[in-house]
Design a protein around this ligand. Structure first.
Ligand code: ADP
Length: 398
């Protein structure tokens, strides 16, 4: 008899502690968390616990992001009232000056206001106002550690912001997220992985769609192969297929091409390029060339701050004060010759015979550079405005 009593007491104690842990970790409603803890402890067990589970525990967030990959599954959802889903709308953004540059009102699908995320003494995001136009292919570019993953994770509901708000014009479940290095159970076939994603995110979608998306991402020959033998590029494409099977309106891709070799990158960028006409795509990368190839809109982030966002063409047009000068066998004194000219702000050799020239007076540069080179008997190969994204990026971040 005493033994039975001890077992009963132990079971009650374990259930009590488990309930208190749940009170501490779950979202509660109607009363403060500490009041629910008192109710659980002092209202005769298990009555208090039952009242808590029925009345006090908030239902789980049903608007979790698409579970696109095994690594995204089971992550935390937002607990703060910072995510608003609203009807599609347009914002009017200023036509000049950072951080947002669009010629007129644009329909917006994802928007953040004053978004900040602080880790200890690191501001991973610092007061970011992101605006993603509907139907755009938006490239969030920045060096490693600039806050890209943090931003995408918050948008997808996997992390909570420290401050600020996220407005979505689509339901969270209509967003598909692909993490940077997707991992899948190695014993599952590609078909099983995508079918699992279909079950979890869009059970109403016909099973035939599984094969279709695998063909779309170029995995037709690997449909029934186990993913354990897949290359990184194949895993990335499989992750995309798992995202796409639920037909999300917004695709969020974290560094989709960064870990891939040139041919793998090409394949993934081709797929993203094809999606561009049908979906809003928000991708992060530190590879500027990738953004220039597939994106029409760009956000430049550095140290958690958004330095520019808007059409790529607009950003490139801003760098008209920079030129790329290509000459044959430049003499050692060439840089000092240029540095002595009043219209030269900076002259730097970026590759043998190739110089990046930042000037304060573009017209003076265009008329004087050929003469300067001729005077020092330097052969000119080319002299062009620096309209590449790299120049624009360097200008913004240095
Ligand atoms: P990116 O994706 O651009 O490489 P991240 O968003 O991963 O950048 O990181 C931005 C900054 O936040 C970095 O300084 C990083 O060290 C820091 N950071 C990211 N996640 C955490 C975390 N869970 N704990 C502490 N610091 C973090």
């Amino acid at each position: 008899m005493p033994t039975a009593l001890v077992i009963v007491i132990a079971v009650v104690a374990v259930l009590l502690v488990a309930t208190l842990v749940d009170v501490a970790r779950s979202e509660v409603q109607h009363l403060p968390r500490w009041v629910w803890a008192l109710i659980v402890v002092f209202v005769s067990f298990p009555l208090g616990a039952i009242v808590y589970f029925v009345v006090g525990r908030a239902p789980r967030d049903t608007a979790g992001a698409d579970v696109a990959t095994a690594t995204a599954a089971g992550s935390a959802t937002d607990r703060e009232p910072t995510v608003a889903v609203e009807a599609a709308r347009s914002v009017s953004v200023p036509s000049t000056g950072p951080p947002a540059v669009w010629p007129g009102p644009v329909p917006v699908v994802v928007e953040t206001r004053g978004l900040s995320k602080i880790y200890g003494d690191t501001a991973a995001l610092d007061d970011v106002d992101l605006v993603v136009p509907r139907g755009s292919t938006y490239g969030l570019i920045g060096p490693n550690g600039s806050g890209k993953t943090t931003m995408l994770s918050i948008l997808a509901g996997l992390r909570r912001p420290t401050a600020g708000a996220v407005d979505l014009a689509v339901e969270r479940r209509r967003m598909g997220l692909l993490v940077d290095t997707p991992l899948f159970e190695p014993w599952l076939s590609a078909r099983e992985v995508v079918d699992l994603a279909r079950h979890l995110t869009a059970p109403d979608v016909a099973v035939e769609r599984v094969t279709e998306v695998l063909v779309d991402v170029g995995l037709a020959d690997a449909v029934d192969r186990r993913t354990g033998g897949f290359s990184r590029g194949m895993l990335q494409r499989l992750g995309l297929a798992a995202c796409l099977v639920g037909d999300p309106e917004v695709l969020v891709l974290d560094e989709p091409s960064s870990a891939l070799d040139p041919s793998g990158r090409r394949e993934v960028l081709d797929i993203v390029g094809r999606l561009a006409h049908t979906k809003t795509v928000l991708l992060s990368t530190h590879i500027l060339a990738d953004v220039q190839q597939v994106c029409d809109t760009v956000g430049v982030i550095d140290h958690g701050r958004l330095l520019y966002q808007g059409p790529i063409a607009e950003l490139l047009a801003r760098t008209s004060s920079a030129f790329v000068l290509h000459v044959r066998q430049p003499p050692p004194e060439l840089e000092s010759v240029f540095a002595a000219r009043p219209w030269v702000d900076e002259m730097r050799e970026v590759a043998p015979g190739r110089f990046r020239l930042v000037v304060s007076d573009a017209a003076a540069a265009e008329s004087e550079v050929p003469g300067l080179l001729a005077a020092h008997r330097v052969a000119l190969v080319s002299f062009n405005p620096a309209t590449d994204l790299e120049s624009a990026f360097l200008e913004l971040t240095t």
